[in-house]
Design a protein around this ligand. Structure first.
Ligand SMILES: Nc1nc2c(c(=O)[nH]1)N[C@H]1C(S)=C(S)[C@@H](COP(=O)(O)O)O[C@H]1N2
Ligand SMILES: [Mo]
Length: 355
């Protein structure tokens, strides 16, 4: 694999076989078909009995709520397309090697999520003034960093107000499948995947910042093991292309035919703002030309782009694409390492042989 000499281990293969990516040719769909959306499950898919299942809303609230799925479905429903990307996307390109889910570039997908807004639920429960954060707990349990735990993540009151998340019970018009969090998951537009807690069973307002493993130890940008680091939050900009031509079965090296324009296409997204530019290079990043952008769909959804490339002649080329957002973020040309291997949004490089 490009940029990497370290082979992945048996443990990483075990993770990779459970947690599949989105084949990059599926960038062609506005909304990712459910079976092609990437998957990341830290522990096991929990067994949930929907009939006895309740969502608890509690902690620093005036009155606790215990809601059935039908009660949640009875609330005003919102449907929103949201692009979700794992914070570990791009990890496998980092050196020194990081042992975790070994994503190349395929840990992304766009779902059409239907559910109820979280903010009115908290309002109904009577969120108290002493609440500083809200903790979202999934029913899956496991061991990580030596700690037994439920999968839990928090957001501050300000982050909640800005992101206006959903608790979703449908994906692409059908009940959530088991692997994506049935019966209910959190969907936080613009944020990296880990924020979107699946198999949601409790929403708890707390008066002190949450210090659980997935918040205080994991998902932080750390320069070295003793660095407390800073939290991983929203998705950095990234453009991806559908690899053109045809692949070799084993190496996946691409081949295109000389003499005809190659219609490059892909998607770009950012959790920090709207995509304002995608640039394409056919010489490994030495020179760039702007791609045509599709209609803007808001910061939470990927934006289509196209670029017609006519190879000047037979030979080897390295195609790259690079996104910029209206918050001023642009993808780096080279990866930036951190302990957890998060948010490596260095530009995609696709080697193409022109025959
Ligand atoms: N309860 C729970 N929620 C979870 C996870 C998990 O392991 N357990 N994985 C998180 C991570 S790291 C990612 S990237 C997304 C993946 O969501 P998907 O599998 O629906 O694509 O779910 C997040 N929510
Ligand atoms: Mo993730």
């Amino acid at each position: 694999m490009e940029g990497t000499s370290t082979p992945i281990s048996r443990e990483e293969l075990q993770l990779a076989a459970r947690n599949h990516g989105m084949p990059l040719e599926a960038l062609r769909y506005d909304v990712t078909p459910v079976g092609l959306h990437y998957l990341l499950i830290h522990y096991d898919i929990p067994a949930v009995d929907t009939a006895s299942w309740r969502l608890e809303v509690g902690g620093c609230v005036a009155r606790e709520l215990r809601l059935t799925l039908d009660e949640l479905r009875g609330r005003p429903a919102v449907t929103a397309a949201v692009t979700m990307e794992c914070a570990g996307n791009g990890r496998a390109a980092l050196e020194p090697h990081i042992v975790s889910q070994p994503w190349l570039l395929e840990a992304v997908g766009t779902g059409e999520w239907t559910g109820a807004r979280v903010l009115p639920l908290l309002e109904e429960a009577g969120l108290r003034d002493d609440a500083v954060e809200v903790v979202f707990r999934g029913s899956d349990r496991g061991v990580e960093g030596g700690e037994q735990q439920s999968y839990e993540r928090s957001l501050t009151i300000e982050q909640l107000a800005a992101a206006d998340p959903l608790v979703a019970y449908e994906l692409n018009g059908a009940p959530l499948p088991p692997q994506h969090g049935n019966p209910l998951r959190l969907v936080v537009p613009g944020w990296y995947g880990m924020t979107n807690v699946k198999w949601l069973e409790a929403i708890t307002a707390v008066a002190e910042p949450f210090t659980g493993y997935q918040q205080a130890r994991s998902y932080r940008f750390r320069a070295h093991e003793d660095d407390p680091g800073t939290p991983v939050t929203r998705m950095l900009p990234r453009a991806l292309m559908v690899p053109p031509g045809i692949p070799d079965f084993i190496t996946r090296q691409r081949t295109v035919v000389a003499g005809a324009p190659v219609e490059l296409e892909g998607r770009a997204w950012s959790g920090w703002g709207a995509i304002t530019e995608v640039a394409v290079s056919a010489d490994g990043g030495a020179s760039w030309a702007p791609a045509d952008l599709g209609p803007s769909s808001g910061p939470a959804v990927w934006r289509a782009w196209r670029f017609s490339w006519t190879p000047p002649g037979p030979g080897s080329y390295e195609l790259c694409c690079r996104a910029r957002d209206d918050a001023g973020n642009v993808q780096p040309l080279e990866p930036e390492w951190n302990v957890g291997g998060y948010a490596n949004n260095a530009v995609q490089r696709v080697a193409v042989q022109v025959d």
